[in-house]
Write a protein of this length. Structure first.
Ligand SMILES: Cc1cc2nc3c(=O)[nH]c(=O)nc-3n(C[C@H](O)[C@H](O)[C@H](O)COP(=O)(O)OP(=O)(O)OC[C@H]3O[C@@H](n4cnc5c(N)ncnc54)[C@H](O)[C@@H]3O)c2cc1C
Length: 371
């Protein structure tokens, strides 16, 4: 396979990079980090005007009807700039669930609003720190109502609707449910995480009205499918963030002189930068493979998604951590931006399940393919 982005997609990247450099500077990111606002509403409106939320939503539902490769391009730039918006929850998960299995009425109700940036969605899966499985989900759906506690739910405090993973009354099968979060029987509490530029909440459902999404209790394969698709898009965010951390480290090493020499001339620093570079390039090529599989809905997607996820999580964490080291004592301080990437690297590494979960999945899927 010889995959690369087209010239149109590359010009979309340039346009997105320029827009985000202006509207999602680190000063703006820090305003969300240190302030009370859960996300940058002005940036969100600007992104909607650029049409980004509707990138992969068909024109019949108010979107731009481009595709997943364009969405990957935007995701990479959002990751590079650390954009503090609810894009990932709304687009990679909530809107994606609607696109995959929503009824015509559900799509008609929510997708045009999502495409316009007027509705925020979230995906409520986790019920605490353990890996969510069909066996340990305790949230229940029965007779059009859902009850249970979900934590952490990214953007759960600001979302208009949630895609909730719940089991049927006897707990044997799981399914997806669409919940309008403005309805009754829902309590939301913001929770603190390592990265306050992406807000999180605890959602308690107490008999909240819930519509089945897709066939009732269609089961765990649908949850896995959604997570696989999101994994590719989040991998692009991680690659963008990793590249930005590498760029910061390189620039600092070239500009900082010790003993009359640039610290970039010391072998210890060169090795660090070279190791980050290799990790980022590996992650990038795996993300490209994932982009191809996502855009074609190829049978290779489960393996490609897990590979992209593992490589991107490792690259971003390594780049963010080593960037602090290259900056020496300064890297440790609040004033430098190194910690912004460290926080985001930690968060994106956990948001779809830990690296361990994805490594286990990758091994299982490769073994299944080899059998
Ligand atoms: C929490 C904390 C507590 C501290 N406490 C103390 C303390 O009690 N006393 C004290 O004196 N200092 C202390 N420091 C400062 C610490 O010693 C310096 O941060 C450290 O020496 C790095 O120097 P620098 O920050 O000027 O980085 P720089 O000199 O800018 O170095 C940046 C990077 O280049 C590397 N580097 C620099 N020169 C070379 C070289 N010749 N060869 C290879 N690599 C090189 C460094 O290892 C680092 O990774 C503390 C720092 C922190 C973060």
């Amino acid at each position: 396979m010889n995959f690369d982005f087209s010239s149109d997609q590359r010009s979309l990247r340039e346009q997105a990079r320029k827009f985000l450099a202006e509207h999602a500077s680190s000063t703006r990111v820090r305003r969300i980090l240190e302030g009370a606002a859960p996300y940058d509403a002005e940036l969100w409106r600007g992104m909607a005007e650029m049409g980004w939320m509707g990138t992969a939503i068909p024109e019949t539902h108010g979107g731009a009807g481009f595709g997943y490769l364009e969405l990957c391009v935007i995701a990479e730039e959002l990751g590079r700039s650390l954009a503090p918006t609810p894009f990932s929850s709304t687009i990679y998960l909530a809107s994606e669930a609607l696109l995959l299995v929503g009824s015509p009425a559900q799509k008609k109700r929510w997708l045009p609003r999502v495409a316009q940036g007027e509705a925020i969605g979230c995906f409520a899966l986790a019920e605490g720190p353990q890996v969510a499985t069909p066996g340990n989900i305790t949230t229940r759906a029965d007779d059009g109502r859902v009850s249970g506690t979900k934590i952490p739910v990214m953007d759960g405090d600001v979302a208009d609707f949630a895609i909730v993973v719940a089991g049927e009354a006897d707990g044997r099968r799981a399914g997806l449910f669409l919940v309008d979060l403005t309805g009754a029987g829902i309590t939301r509490t913001s929770v603190t995480t390592v990265d306050p530029t992406r807000s999180h909440a605890r959602l308690v459902f107490d008999g909240a009205a819930a519509e089945p999404l897709g066939a009732p209790f269609a089961g765990w394969p649908l949850v896995e499918r959604l997570l696989d698709r999101a994994a590719v898009l989040v991998a692009f965010e991680q690659v963008g963030g990793a590249q930005a951390a590498l760029d910061m480290a390189r620039d600092y090493a070239l500009g900082r002189f010790a003993f009359g020499r640039q610290i970039a001339s010391f072998q210890a620093i060169k090795h660090k930068l070279a190791d980050i570079y290799v990790a980022v390039e590996l992650a990038r090529s795996n993300a490209y493979y994932g982009a191809w599989a996502l855009s074609k809905d190829a049978p290779e997607l489960p393996v490609a998604a897990a590979t992209a996820r593992v490589a991107a999580t490792e690259a971003y964490y390594q780049a963010a951590k080593e960037n602090i080291q290259v900056h020496g004592g300064m890297g440790f301080t609040w004033e430098f931006d190194c910690h912004l990437h460290y926080r985001r690297a930690k968060l994106t590494g956990l948001m779809l399940g830990s690296a361990r979960r994805w490594k286990d999945l990758l091994v299982t899927r490769l073994q299944a393919g080899a059998a």
